[in-house]
Design a protein around this ligand. Sequence first.
Ligand code: SF4
Ligand code: SF4
Length: 597
Amino acid sequence: MAVTDVSDPRYYHKVVDCQWACPAHTNVPGYLRLIAQGRYDDSYLLNRESNVFPGILGRTCDRPCEPACRRGRVEDTPVAICRLKRVAADHRGDISDRLPKAPLIKNGKRVALVGAGPSALTVANDLLPLGYDVTIYEKNVQPGGLMRVNIPAFRLPAQVLDEECGYIIDMGATVKYGTTVESLSSLLGEGYDAVYVGSGAPKGKELDIPGRWDAPDQVHIGIEWLANIHFKHSETIEPRVIIIGVGNTAMDCCRTAKRVGAKDVKVIARRGRKHFKASPWELEDAEEEHVEIIENHAPKRFVVEHGKLVGMEFERLQWTTDATGRETSTVLETRLIPCDTVILAIGQDNAFPFIERDIGMAFDAKGMPVVDKTTHQSTRPEVFFGGDAAWGPQNIIWAVAHGHAAAISIDAHCQGRSVSERPPVGMTLVSAKVGMHSWAYENDYDASKRSKMQHEDLTKRFSGIGVEVELGFTAEQAATEVQRCLNCDIQTHFTAPLCIECDACVDVCPTNCLTITTNSSPIDELRTRLSAPALNLAQEIFVSPALPQTKRVMVKDEDVCLHCGLCAERCPTAAWDMRTFDLKLAYAGLIDGQVTR
Ligand code: SF4
Ligand code: SF4
């Protein structure tokens, strides 16, 4: 097999599973170690470099990092990464003087952002320090977009949103609140150098089955209903509520319904639980609040009697899987479920009524603007898209990632460079050695189990829609949980010419990660010959250059390494070292020596 090129930052980046899986590539182990040291401000700011909303996402993130976490492979449960992010956010002091600043002298370029949601605010965060004049058009009277209007306050308090949106806006963005962009053509006519569309996917999907329009006041679209509750246009609901759909919006709807007066709340799903889109913890929280979740029921019709909705009829389904893995359903029975209100939470669509079709922008067959996946540029060069507006609904951390990528392109476009020219991703790699056999990190394996988030008790949480349910970790829980992190960014770094092939590292490794063997191809054959066969193909294996004495190679399976450092402690020649890897991400302004971050 070819020798592994560890000078390519991607190799060591992939070893840091959580950081690799995070769309914004947040330096998770770095901020967790800072929490362990009680350095909450530093932890928050490190997190914020890539994820500009640590407090918001510490409460609401879909957590793509957690299923990837190495701890989940070493034992059952991953580190509670998301909740620890919240710990740093909750305990930080006043960090305002350490935030990026906009220069007094502007660079002369004007950029308009449509919407003040997570992706557009990330663009503003990246462009303001470079001297851009940023104007945000926001239809509501407060920033945050769907984070504010569609995520209920019992999951995300307004104060957390205000602070983190404020950090960005206070750098000097002009926000035109209460201003809906009616025409992109007119906006472009105002002479902006670039326009970023971050207007989300604000149109809830319909369920056009018989009876849908017979009692329209009793049927709501989930995201519109949540917005109505947020704006207090509606403050109560009938006692019996059916929610159609099992995504996170459905969970927000059912839990909100419970808080505004519903007594009997049922969430109905067409398929079984393994197909649910809602995060498992959102489902758990809903069930803890006595929401009933009913599987395998397909909506058939709204039942309306004398102009009043009295229930919904469903077909109860049985799903079977054929030899090819395809699932088909058969109807077991038709069932009426009585209700007073139905909330539809079956997905969202984009809506671009403000974009004229004759302004030189291409749209695809589904009516979506054609947008480049890397640069976020549309076919009209000065117009960029990101967040849910680009390719449909994703999650907040993806919107943040889009904002960073689009800001690079907007900067390039405004400075007359090609948007395809992306700033390079780099790394630093520094030995973690302090003294002969000590490391600048806690390398003992801590066998503690994952900490459980404390929740407000049921009676108190229903006393007001703004009563936050999750109370955060206690100091003890936070201290225990950070020690569960395996410090995957402290890399096992091997220097082949120093190896004397004594096998000491191979013998000491508690997880049998290491093997000295003859090299061979293909890689799958080599994987099967290791001390512990490397069968997790999603994980890399490291292959060293030929060793000095026998020309065999050192092979390391990155799968279940604990980063305990025992190999490096035992090695008599220091061929193994533990080195702290820091990924240097690319942001706007990192080309042409404009670095300001
Ligand atoms: S153990 Fe720590 S560094 Fe490794 S993947 Fe999990 S959170 Fe990230
Ligand atoms: S750090 Fe070294 S000894 Fe520890 S698990 Fe990883 S390879 Fe094995």
